[in-house]
Design a protein around this ligand. Structure first.
Ligand code: TYM
Length: 332
């Protein structure tokens, strides 16, 4: 059976990009594959987090995963810091990946350039080695497929390179994973700045649709979405990024095709209204369920603890295999 693994950071609220690019596909995959999903809190602390907020957001992210339809009886749901093999394997991989490879990661370059006047000097060392921890997350579970949005493509390529290098040096140890990037919705753009991806770390939330936004807020954000001065509704991401983003969101929310949908609209007003309506319809049941789950902290903790126990069984075996291959003395 194909094994699927993916993760989400518990920073900020989950937004429409996370949902259309990743979470929705996780929910589909759980029925066809053996699926393992993780709230990656160790990744979150690569940038400074308030401890109380981190705790609350980790619980809220788990509630969101359950609310989008992930079922702890059909998949494994856990929190990264509960399975100590993740940082342990990350160390072995930090010693396998090169400084140059990490320096070339565009996410590191983007995030560290926001680090203030002293640039990389002020960012944490963990932000730099982040991709090795992400590779460890994936490789610990003999993962075949990793459903992610387009922004994780480079990290996935690095994971494959590191796994291949390790296997070449020390003998067959890791399964080489593949990214599963959706055809539509893999790169949902900011509604105000349609050339930037929708992101949690933006200074204004006017262009970001949160999973928790109420229908009136969602409708307003779409009504104010930046388009262009040409009246024609056409799917052309290069020349018409704003309109194409709306078409992609509508297509991803209705399982349609953006280019075909373009033909159904005379003007931008109707397209914005239809997209808002489709997004509200998709998010409403998720919001309702999430609000209920947030009241059930005991249940969330129980899901986390059972998930960690299941995940640890696989992770412990794979870590032992990696230790053994690298020449560490393994005692039983
Ligand atoms: P994170 O928490 O930033 O995002 C979670 C998932 O949402 C996708 N995504 C998007 N998809 C479409 N459009 C967007 N605007 C958009 N923004 C985010 C992301 O691609 C991701 O799939 N490094 C990862 C977390 C991680 C991970 C892993 C993922 C850690 N270990 C192992 C897979 C496997 C991250 O920061 O995702």
């Amino acid at each position: 059976m194909t094994r699927v693994f993916s993760g989400i950071q518990p920073t900020g609220e989950v937004h429409l990009g996370n949902y259309l690019g990743a979470l929705r596909h996780w929910a589909e995959a759980q029925h066809e594959n053996e699926s393992i999903y993780c709230v990656v809190d160790l990744h979150a602390v690569t940038v400074r987090q308030d401890p109380d907020e981190l705790r609350a957001k980790t619980l809220a992210t788990m509630a969101t995963l359950l609310a989008v339809g992930l079922d702890p009886d059909s998949c494994t749901l856990f929190v990264q810091s509960h399975v100590h093999e993740h940082p342990e394997l990350a160390w072995l991989l930090e010693c396998t990946v090169s400084f140059g490879e990490l320096r070339r990661m565009t996410q590191f370059k983007d995030k560290s350039s926001r680090g203030g006047s002293d640039g990389v000097e002020g960012v944490s060392a963990g932000l730099f080695t982040y991709p090795a921890l992400m590779a460890a997350d994936i490789l610990l579970y003999d993962t075949d497929l990793v459903p992610v949005g387009d922004d994780q493509r480079q990290h996935l390529e690095l994971t494959r390179d590191v796994a291949e290098r390790f296997n070449h040096r020390y003998g067959d140890t890791f399964v080489i994973p593949e990214a599963a990037i959706p055809r539509v919705g893999a790169r949902v753009m900011d509604l105000q700045r349609p050339t930037d991806k929708m992101s949690k770390s933006t200074d204004s939330d006017a262009g970001v649709v949160m999973l928790t936004d109420d229908p009136a807020t969602i409708t307003r954000k779409f009504r104010r979405a930046v388009t262009d001065s040409e009246p024609e509704v056409r799917y052309d991401p290069e020349n018409k990024p704003g309109v194409s983003n709306l078409l992609a969101i509508l297509a991803a929310s209705t399982s349609g095709d953006p280019a075909t949908l373009a033909g159904e609209f005379e003007g931008y007003g109707a397209l914005k209204a239809a997209t808002a309506e489709a997004v509200v319809a998709v998010l409403e049941p998720v919001q309702r369920r999430r609000a209920e789950l947030l009241e059930e902290e005991g249940y969330l903790l129980d899901v986390m603890s059972k998930g960690a126990a299941k995940a640890s069984e696989i992770a412990a075996d794979v870590l032992r295999r990696a230790h053994d291959a690298m020449g560490f003395v393994v005692v039983h």
